[in-house]
Write a protein that binds this ligand. Sequence first.
Ligand SMILES: Cc1cc2nc3c(=O)[nH]c(=O)nc-3n(C[C@H](O)[C@H](O)[C@H](O)COP(=O)(O)OP(=O)(O)OC[C@H]3O[C@@H](n4cnc5c(N)ncnc54)[C@H](O)[C@@H]3O)c2cc1C
Length: 344
Amino acid sequence: MPSIEIIGSGITGLSCAAFFAERNCDVTVISSSNGPDESCCSWWAGGMLAPWCEMESAEPLIGELGLETMKFWEKFTSSYQKKGTLVVATPRDLPDLKRFGRRTENWRQVKEDQITALEPDLAGRFTTGLYYPEEAHFDPRQVLPELVSYLESKGVKFQTNISLSNQELNVPSKADHRIDCRGLAAQDHLNELRGVKGEMLLIKSNEVKLSRPVRLLHPRIPLYIVPRDNGLFMVGATMIENENRSGATVRSVLELLSAAYALHPALGEAEIIEIGVDARPAFPDNLPRILHKGKTTYLNGMYRHGYLAAPAMAKRLVEQVLGENTAPDHFEQFCEPDLSTGNM
Ligand SMILES: Cc1cc2nc3c(=O)[nH]c(=O)nc-3n(C[C@H](O)[C@H](O)[C@H](O)COP(=O)(O)OP(=O)(O)OC[C@H]3O[C@@H](n4cnc5c(N)ncnc54)[C@H](O)[C@@H]3O)c2cc1C
């Protein structure tokens, strides 16, 4: 079977490794990070698998990839929790809740008593909401190492802490195929790629319990709180057209914390464990792309949908690279055919 060199061990590279390993290819993953760690965008994600909520602003393709990917995660990881998503709004933002409902599907309206039944700690706080029962979530920081262990058990080799220079990347790989999954770092080869800054917080509260991701509609930020183990909550995430990954701003942190406080005042007493920031790799249409150039294939542009879209995209990439023609028609417009000349 062909030898495959994958550059990058974020969710995109690991997803590609999983589907090549499944086809018994000889797979090596090379990464500048020490496995999946805080230097990857994938480390900072909320881990929401919310294809219906995402339809509020995303293209239908994301929903289709998301449904496929959720089947993959459900089988793959024990940390997959299908408890749905609850969307609520303060009285001031109730018109936004109506608009959110009009733009999305597969929800049911929930009144105060039903919100209490779903999330007892939110009793009396919101009069109406939308519940998306088919959505799921997990903790990316559990799933990424789980994926690495699985790949090692399948014979995938890892070379970590190796940052390939542009010069090395321009030399053809010794492997039969090179798969470039460098996320935003691939801007040197993919000139349309941009970064969309995302800031997040990790807070800890022993007073508030939530079972599922709760989205709080907000005029500027798509705010959400995702429960993790041991009283931890991920509060995310800003969406700023800016590639600066050096630090979160005071304004963003204030807005994220105010949202947590608006959801439940007891979260005002929570401990701040972490403030995180990264830039999501995105193409102008915010859709992922597979691009072929010589012996290198690029998978990139996961934007805010790495966990929702990468496995389904990786499956299509593997089918294309190995010459299996099973990609459905609706997808092909998003896969650019051989770009054998010029900078992409
Ligand atoms: C705050 C925040 C919240 C998010 N929440 C969600 C969510 O709830 N659900 C969801 O689906 N998505 C979410 N996302 C988006 C998701 O995190 C990204 O889409 C995804 O992480 C992109 O993954 P990637 O593997 O393409 O890139 P990365 O995770 O950045 O991985 C790139 C890899 O390439 C390696 N690399 C780079 N350059 C080199 C080089 N020269 N040589 C060798 N290796 C190299 C890096 O070390 C790394 O391993 C969120 C993002 C942010 C910032």
